[in-house]
Design a protein around this ligand. Sequence first.
Ligand SMILES: NC(=O)C1=CN([C@@H]2O[C@H](COP(=O)(O)OP(=O)(O)OC[C@H]3O[C@@H](n4cnc5c(N)ncnc54)[C@H](O)[C@@H]3O)[C@@H](O)[C@H]2O)C=CC1
Ligand SMILES: O=C(O)C1=N[C@H](C(=O)O)C[C@H](O)C1
Length: 236
Amino acid sequence: MKIALLGYGRMGKEIEKIALQRRHEIVLKVSGEESYDISVADVAIDFSIPSAAYQNITNCFQNKVPVISGTTGWLEKYDDAIAVCKEHSGSFIYASNFSLGVNIFFELNKHLSKMMNALEDYKVSMEEIHHTKKLDAPSGTAITLAEGIIENSSKEKWQLETENSSVQQDEIPIVAKRIPDVPGTHVINYDSEVDSIEIKHTAHSRKGFALGAVVAAEWLIGKTGVYTMKDVLNIG
Ligand SMILES: NC(=O)C1=CN([C@@H]2O[C@H](COP(=O)(O)OP(=O)(O)OC[C@H]3O[C@@H](n4cnc5c(N)ncnc54)[C@H](O)[C@@H]3O)[C@@H](O)[C@H]2O)C=CC1
Ligand SMILES: O=C(O)C1=N[C@H](C(=O)O)C[C@H](O)C1
């Protein structure tokens, strides 16, 4: 496949390595506001910045180039992007996390929250830890995990815990920690007076995210529509 990398930072470079190992070709690398011709690519992979993702993604739809996006922090425009995708019969996969392990963790989280829903003594909370260069908080993965709990429990929203925040009964508190070089750790905790239940995913590097994105791009080629990593991995 001829791949366009929209965003050539930490993830763009990791994706390049995996793509070349899998005998793909990188035909375009975009790192900023420069204009570019996306039509040279068979597929685009966007790991850019929150303020650029919508423009990058919809440009692909307009030029009939299938696009994978892992950029987080832009989802207030997700529904608009889907409308543009449909208008142009585009092909799209967004995932807050492309790693196989986290996608299994997403399913485990939903299953656990269904079981815990009836047990009022347990209070749910979440912690995510990432490197200090991360622009958004909470992480996209933490938001997806919170949505998985909300779907299956009486919780209605999530709340980022800060010094001044006060968490309401119907909210899931999320603590976001920033520590140098941490690729991504997510913990969900159910705590009662007598015990705690905790599930945790720890990424050891960015390799899993990058491999998932390239596998998703290989899967998307030749298809039209909006898909998720559940479709790609056939899990859940
Ligand atoms: N879904 C997933 O599995 C994962 C998602 N991410 C997300 O991917 C995004 C990128 O993460 P990193 O590579 O760590 O960040 P990074 O900061 O290393 O890379 C972002 C790159 O985007 C470039 N950029 C700036 N404006 C641009 C534009 N208009 N078009 C294209 N590129 C532009 C920057 O120059 C930079 O090189 C973040 O939103 C992060 O949260 C990161 C890891 C996994
Ligand atoms: O910015 C990162 O690094 C990561 N971002 C994603 C997120 O916001 O969930 C995925 C992963 O945790 C790494």
